[in-house]
Design a protein around this ligand. Structure first.
Ligand SMILES: Cc1ncc(COP(=O)(O)O)c(C=O)c1O
Length: 226
């Protein structure tokens, strides 16, 4: 079917009933199978703030929140207005031999929240940020070794996967980046287990819990000598 005017909302309505078969055929049949098995093949019609709506108008509170991507909810009016103003402005986007005014404004505003930093590096995903961090670390130290914490998840690109400690993700893709070593979380004091780690924070071993059930590292715990 052709969409000469590219009405995306019309396309969504037209093709919505085929979403599972399209995904199974062209993307990820396992995900389609899992969603059906656990009863999550709802076919949401609308997203507003923290809510999703099915075709009968029933409202669902989305506690998953896109793993944090929707920190201000879906289709927030202020964000929608900002996007519309960009699209309506014929801005000179992605001119390769120029610097972007809006990227400069965003960097300036972000740095107001982290006054101890003076530069921003923009990336498109979590894994891309981890890739950049690996390169910054190597560039700054000249050392190839990287230490990561057991049970950590850092993404699925090659470098990030090398620091992700789950065999379900790693299986079938090893060997990964050399010189990467997993250590127990907040247990950098185990020098005998990992001689290449220089311990910097005085041997504290128990994870902080920071009010939530999420463990947080104590300060800058590690430096790698590998
Ligand atoms: C801590 C952490 N790092 C990296 C990633 C990878 O992010 P992305 O899926 O955007 O590549 C995630 C994703 O859940 C994450 O939670």
């Amino acid at each position: 079917m052709l969409y000469p005017n590219l009405d995306v909302s019309e396309m969504f309505v037209d093709r919505q009933s085929q979403r599972s078969s399209m995904h199974a055929r062209h993307l990820n049949e396992q995900l389609v199978r899992v969603l059906k098995t656990i009863g999550y093949d709802v076919g949401f019609q609308k997203g507003q703030g923290q809510y999703l709506f099915d075709r009968d108008g029933a409202r669902y509170l989305d506690l998953l929140s896109g793993f944090g991507v929707f920190a201000i909810g879906r289709n927030h009016p202020a964000l929608r207005q900002a996007l519309k103003s960009v699209l309506d402005s014929d801005l000179p986007n992605l001119v390769q031999l120029d610097v972007s005014t809006l990227a400069g404004v965003l960097a300036e505003r972000l740095l107001e929240f982290v006054p101890y930093l003076d530069k921003v590096f923009f990336a498109n995903s979590g894994a891309e940020c981890v890739e950049a961090a690996i390169k910054f670390a190597r560039g700054a130290t000249g050392r190839p070794g990287i230490v990561y914490c057991a049970h950590g998840y850092h993404g699925l690109t090659y470098g990030a996967l090398s620091l992700t400690d789950d065999p379900n993700f790693r299986g079938g893709f090893e060997p990964l980046l050399p010189g990467c070593t997993s250590i127990p979380f907040n247990d950098a004091g185990r020098r005998s287990a990992l001689p290449q780690v220089r311990h910097l924070d005085g041997g504290r071993r128990n994870p902080d819990r920071n009010g939530s059930n999420r463990a947080v590292p104590r300060g800058r715990a590690l430096e790698c000598r590998a």
